[in-house]
Design a protein around this ligand. Structure first.
Ligand code: ADP
Ligand code: ZN
Ligand code: ZN
Length: 802
């Protein structure tokens, strides 16, 4: 046997992206996938062993190399899993450490520590005689807390020569070592704290700035109690920041119903013939395969997932269920919990760091389980994975476009299914055209549920021409037809959903005297108005900058500041004016910012405490409430007119999904679709619930324009503080891409991004069009061409192309 003398380690240390090489001490046996502690500079950090070296690369020969300090968790990541991460790094042109950091919950590497305690019964009386002074010191120290022991980090600080002492006691087998699983912070909430501005006050202490930064990282808002713990600060400190105008502390209404909701048990349903066929086909598969489950809204896709998962759980395998957004998860999670009990675990970005960490650790146990989660849950390292489900596979939130790796959960799940040799089921009522095309080409097996459960009809869609409404003197935002339905809603004991397709954010504040529009100081967008009972706030939806609504125009000091546009708040107010009897609740990214808010609001609606739910994109997902018979779409046009080759597909998907919320119970549903362009071919496709019509309209355009699914795209996103530098860098990178890519690829001229400035950074982009099977390995070299002052993100298979 050859001794492994060196190892490549990925370290969890900001600024270091390359793998580092360490000496493996003789008394350690390291393996690929071990979590280790290694010295970097004067600190000890966590890392993962990615390769063992028998020989040192030439150029490293002369460097004095440091040694791995300890193995924290042997074989933490299976080798196949690491290989999969490597595949993701290559495909998305990202450094491997970035993929590892995306995969692992924040702080996992830092937190992964030993807790060391004594085995009291093993230690013979008079032990001092046998031990060196440092070992005696450690023993004495550990005896102060026999039950829990101490973390190795703590002991390292307290005990001189700790490592030697530990080794000595280890040899005698006197120590017990466990991993630390931090306790998730307990939920405790009433008051919320909201960030107003990071710069409004100049006389801040570094500590105060740190606290504000911390809040900024929490999306600018958190429950007060949670935040105090997170920022390790006091309420008095926050109150001082409030007097300085940096934050506001508000008492937010705590809606009823807790985190988990009442879990009832649920019987396995007798499948319809179409469902039975789909389940049989999935269960027939032994190895890896992709299947598209194309089922109209309310056709019972979830029941198919449940019954495909059940036999796998029984065989001791686990399943991974990916869903687009957390707004969808409460109901879906409840259905899974009702069926599978506490074998269901949830993993998503709303969990606190501690909770995510716990879910991860629990996933590593061999016990069969179902993990439900959003995009990043695709990385949960379930051993013995038997099935992966991607529900609403067309949804754009499965794609990461902000940071490297710019992965799509569907793409990486596909490789994972190959790696794990298990099927991947892609479910949707409105599949992505890429997936549809692959089903046509037989790369994906096609399963269909063409009808709703119990022969319920799909909702009837009435298209209303808003131009005609105006001609007839109706200046309200609700058409006559919609008003009629809303008037009788309560008498019929039914519920409604009003959908506002938001294109950008449409509520802005303008001075009626001078026309001045309040804009975000950091972005090229206007601030959105948020009406509040005590204070009205203006918020930037791109960088989260928040300020109080000023009383006077900042430009001409006139008091006539007025907000314009139709956001959810305006629709809510209009409804309350016109229909005072209706109980209205908003459901959008502002009202559901807080943890648990989605569930609370949906529960209120489901329990009939509310008649009308008013909201944006989030409403399209997964709401299954029998009493909803009416869906109103206030203006379909914004969606159809977006400057993106995907606009048509998106509009069809969004509107079909939202329409699909109506008539899911015994009473038939009705959709009123208001538009200024009723002749648009996609409006007809939506009215007819006809996916093929979408394909017929859209695919020929995609083919002739050289867009997906016929070609691949890569978008170079270039940002920086100086506009001229950004523009210049974009030119250099476009040139670089031309030399790195073969001639079959097209490099378009650099252009400014649709919104040129966000968060004070200027944004340019370069679009690359590639043949379908082009490999991108060389493209990562572009990172070296990019000047220091400018940052580059290679967005592979981008969805947002302006
Ligand atoms: P989808 O996910 O396709 O929109 P769901 O899975 O939400 O549809 O199913 C719609 C409704 O039909 C749910 O309330 C579900 O409980 C019910 N359902 C599904 N399958 C069956 C079945 N085989 N028999 C009776 N009810 C069913
Ligand atoms: Zn902004
Ligand atoms: Zn003015």
């Amino acid at each position: 046997m050859t001794a492994q003398r060196w190892a490549n380690v990925l370290v969890d240390c900001p600024g270091i992206e390359d793998v580092l090489t360490y000496v493996v001490p003789n008394d350690l046996t390291v393996q690929v996938g071990d979590v280790v502690q290694v010295p970097v500079g004067s600190r000890t950090v966590g890392g993962i062993v990615v390769r063992q070296l028998r020989e040192l690369p030439e150029q490293l020969g002369r460097v004095r190399m440091r040694a791995i300090a300890a193995i924290v968790a042997p074989q933490f990541l299976p080798a196949a899993y690491l290989h999969w991460l490597g595949q993701i790094a290559d495909y998305y042109c990202a450094p491997l450490i970035r993929v590892v950091q995306t995969a692992l919950p924040t702080g996992l590497l830092q937190r992964s520590q030993h807790r060391i305690r004594l085995r009291p019964n093993f230690i013979p009386p008079g032990w001092e005689v046998f031990c060196s002074p440092e070992a005696q010191h450690l023993l004495a120290y550990l005896q102060q807390n026999l039950r829990e022991g101490y973390t190795s980090k703590h002991l390292q600080k307290k005990i001189p020569q700790f490592k030697r002492a530990r080794q000595e006691l280890q040899k005698r087998d006197w120590l017990l070592q466990d991993y630390v699983i931090p306790k998730p912070p307990s939920p405790q909430r009433q008051q919320a704290v909201t960030l107003l501005s990071l710069e409004s006050a100049t006389d801040l202490t570094p500590r105060q700035q740190e606290i504000l930064q911390c809040l900024h990282r929490q999306n600018g808002q958190q429950w007060l109690q949670d935040f105090l713990k997170l920022a390790k600060t006091t309420k008095a400190t926050l109150e001082r920041l409030e007097t300085k105008g940096c934050v506001v502390i508000t008492r937010e209404e705590r809606l009823r119903l807790g985190e988990t909701g009442a879990v009832t048990t649920d019987e396995t349903k007798t499948l319809t013939p179409a469902q039975a066929q789909a389940v049989a086909q999935i269960n027939h598969i032994t190895g890896s395969a992709r299947l598209l489950l194309h089922g109209v809204t309310g056709s019972g896709k979830t029941e198919v997932y449940l019954q495909a998962i059940a036999p796998r759980l029984a065989q001791g395998q686990s399943a991974l269920v990916l869903v687009p957004e957390i707004g969808l998860t409460p109901q879906l999670t409840d259905r899974f919990r009702a069926r599978f009990g506490d074998r269901v675990r949830v993993y998503h970005s709303e969990l606190s760091v501690g909770e995510r960490y716990d879910s991860w650790r629990l996933a590593l146990t061999e016990e069969p389980q179902v993990v439900i989660g959003t995009r990043s849950a695709v990385f949960v390292p379930l051993p013995n994975l038997g099935l992966i489900v991607l529900d609403e596979e067309h949804d754009s939130s499965f794609k990461e476009s902000q940071r490297a790796p710019t992965y799509h959960a569907r793409t990486v799940a596909q490789w994972r299914s190959v790696q794990e040799d298990c099927p991947l089921v892609l479910g949707s009522a409105t599949p992505a055209l890429e997936t549809w095309q692959q089903a046509q080409d037989a790369q994906v097996q096609y399963l269909t549920l063409p009808q709703r459960i119990a022969q319920r009809p799909l909702p009837e869609v009435a298209v209303v021409d808003m131009r005609r409404e105006l001609q007839q003197g109706n200046r309200s935002m609700f058409s006559e037809a919609l008003q009629g339905k809303l008037t009788s809603l309560r008498d019929r004991r039914e519920r409604a959903i009003l959908f506002i397709p938001r294109r950008g954010h449409s509520t802005f504040v303008q001075c009626r005297s001078c026309g001045f529009v309040l804009e975000c100081p950091h972005c090229d967008v206007s601030l959105s108005y948020h009406h509040g009972q005590t204070t009205s706030l203006l918020r930037c939806h791109y960088c989260n900058h928040v300020m109080r609504q000023p009383r006077l125009c900042p430009d001409c000091y006139s008091p006539y500041l007025k907000f314009f546009g139709t956001g959810t708040q305006q629709v809510e107010q209009a409804l309350q004016q016109q229909f005072p009897d209706l109980r209205v609740l908003r459901f959008d990214s502002d009202t559901t910012r807080r943890k648990g808010a989605h569930r609370e609001r949906l529960a209120q609606f489901a329990q009939g405490e509310v008649d009308v739910l008013v909201g944006t994109q989030m409403l399209t997902k997964g709401i299954d409430i029998a009493e909803v018979t009416l869906v109103g779409i206030l203006a379909a046009d914004g969606l159809l007119k977006m400057a993106n080759y995907r606009a048509g597909e998106r509009a069809f998907q969004t509107l079909t999904q939202v329409a699909g919320r109506a008539g899911r119970g015994d009473r038939p549903g009705r959709v009123i679709l208001q538009t200024y362009d009723p002749e648009h071919p996609l409006i007809a496709a939506i009215r007819n619930h006809d996916y093929l019509q979408l394909c017929q309209v859209t695919l020929p355009e995609r083919r002739s324009g050289g867009w997906p699914p016929y070609q691949r795209l890569v978008l170079l996103r270039v940002t920086g503080l100086e506009e001229s530098e950004v523009e210049q860098a974009a030119g250099v990178l476009a040139q670089g891409a031309r030399t790195l890519l073969p001639e079959t690829c097209e490099v378009l001229a650099p252009t400014p991004a649709p919104i040129v400035r966000i968060n004070r950074r200027y944004r340019w982009q370069v679009l690359l069009k590639l043949p379908l099977n082009e490999k991108l390995l060389d493209l990562a070299r572009l990172y070296d061409l990019c000047p220091q002052s400018v940052s580059l993100l290679i967005d592979v298979d981008p969805l947002e192309v302006g």
